[in-house]
Design a protein around this ligand. Structure first.
Ligand SMILES: NC(=O)c1ccc[n+]([C@@H]2O[C@H](COP(=O)([O-])OP(=O)(O)OC[C@H]3O[C@@H](n4cnc5c(N)ncnc54)[C@H](OP(=O)(O)O)[C@@H]3O)[C@@H](O)[C@H]2O)c1
Length: 260
């Protein structure tokens, strides 16, 4: 994608990957609007990055998204990039009774949130040049981490939704990109000091380099092992399958070719 001159709305932009990405994009010459729940944290990040702006948003509620998106489009009509980065990760036990409140929290934040937010922005984005919708998913969407089964399922669902949306928007000016990070040192699961996780700085540097290419999937080298498990040709298959379905002919893509 074009990595400068955009007006970018990014959720979860006051900490971790979202903050580091927001700052890298700010430094690269974009207008960046960060949005999440903690007002004081948002204000601190804006103060540290003159020119950045913030908006309070809770992505887990439909009403919160509707009003924040309306406000964002009114105040910043040049928004042409929306990055769905906000997310939560909690440990669960898929072999036992799941905590319903926890499950709803993860699903509404990680899955319904990005779908609703994108939906609130998509008609606006269709009127913009170089428009991009981006999802921060996870390699755990390709290879689930069993003790975080609900989290992993939301990321797999986001990946699926992104492919459908990329296909449906193929003739519009809106591109759909997905960043699928490996384990990165952030507050998520208290991983800031975790030696097995990738340090944030090189993760963002590598991510920015891939973002500047034409790739739809933004993967750092470390993410490739898990990403390649379901088959790197998956999107071509999905495109062929959907083209064939819409034109009423049998798909030449054989579903049995797709490794589960
Ligand atoms: N770190 C990793 O290893 C890793 C790997 C793969 C994917 N990811 C994904 O990367 C994204 C960012 O995570 P991170 O690692 O940077 O963790 P993080 O520092 O905890 O960031 C998560 C951000 O999401 C925001 N958020 C959470 N719930 C929200 C809500 N209901 N409404 C609005 N904002 C909300 C938080 O801000 P507030 O609390 O202020 O709202 C926070 O800024 C997530 O989608 C995560 O799943 C992370």
């Amino acid at each position: 994608m074009k990595t400068n001159g955009n007006t970018i709305f990014i959720t979860g932009g006051a900490s971790g990957i979202g903050r580091a990405l927001a700052e890298a994009l700010h430094q690269a010459g974009n207008t960046v609007i960060i949005a999440s729940r903690r007002k004081a944290l948002l204000e601190a990040v804006v103060q540290a990055n003159p020119g950045m702006v913030s908006l309070v948003l809770d992505v887990s509620t439909a009403d919160g998204i509707q009003s924040a998106a309306k406000e964002a489009i009114t105040r910043f009509p040049d928004i042409n990039v929306v990055i769905n980065n906000a997310g939560i990760m909690q440990i669960d036990d898929a072999a036992a009774v799941l905590d319903d409140a926890q499950m709803l929290d993860i699903l509404s934040t990680n899955l319904l949130g990005p779908m609703r937010l994108t939906s609130a922005f998509v008609e606006h984005l269709k009127t913009k040049k170089d428009a991009v919708i981006m999802y921060v998913t996870s390699v755990l969407g390709f290879v689930p981490l069993a003790p975080a089964a609900v989290y992993s399922a939301t990321k797999a669902a986001m990946h699926s939704f992104a492919m459908s949306q990329r296909f449906m928007l193929r003739n519009s000016g809106v591109r759909v990109l997905e960043i699928a990070p490996p384990w990165v040192q952030t507050d998520l699961l208290n991983s800031n000091e975790e030696p097995r996780a990738m340090p944030l700085k090189p993760f963002i540097e590598e991510t920015m380099a891939v973002l500047a290419t034409d790739a739809d999937e933004i993967l750092v080298e470390r993410a490739n092992v898990l990403r390649s498990r379901p088959g790197p040709g998956e999107m071509a298959f999905v495109t062929e399958f959907n083209r064939a379905f819409l034109s009423g002919v049998s798909s030449t893509a054989n579903p049995t070719d797709v490794r589960a």
